[in-house]
Design a protein around this ligand. Sequence first.
Ligand code: IMP
Length: 190
Amino acid sequence: MDKPRGRGYNQKAMAGKDTPCTVLISREQIAAAVSRLAAEISRDYRDRRPLLVAVLKGAFIFLADLVRLLDFPLEVEFIRLSSYGQGKKSSGKVKVVHGLGTEVRGRHVLVIEDIVDTGLTTSFLLDYLKKKKVASVRLCSLTDKPSRRQVPVNIDYLGFTVPDRFLVGYGIDWDEKFRYLPDICFVGEE
Ligand code: IMP
């Protein structure tokens, strides 16, 4: 990705008492991207009463910021999938841990993701929704790590392309830690 300019890039922060981290995408850059995505989604979904399906837990802050910029009828659902065990490595096997609370058949579904990494989780979810006979399904992801991709995934609405670093903050965790950071960071120093 282009190096973010101004406040943020290379900014040192502390993710915990002994854990330095480096800001990759500042809160201002995130806010600008969320506004841009909201404008694109508004243009395409204004009259479709979409169902936004956010993938827990990582997408919860992104979803919360995004929906507050959408001024047309929509609904929100959550799904929780597991692919990562503890730590930073994907197990590769995806399963539904907490399913959808509503009927999705015939709905225009927009999946809200935090990161598309190997693509295994997202492609599983898109197939899962298609099998449920949704009217349409598209993907909005805050970040994309294309260098890690194992299966192709088409991202319809994308915030940032990011390098192959393990990211935390703005809802994204490392073993449940660091979700609360307002910027997107990587643990460690440059
Ligand atoms: P994928 O199945 O490899 O594409 O991974 C998708 C999910 O893995 C994301 O929604 C995240 O929850 C998690 N993930 C992937 N990369 C990172 C990272 O850099 N930090 C934290 N979680 C990640």
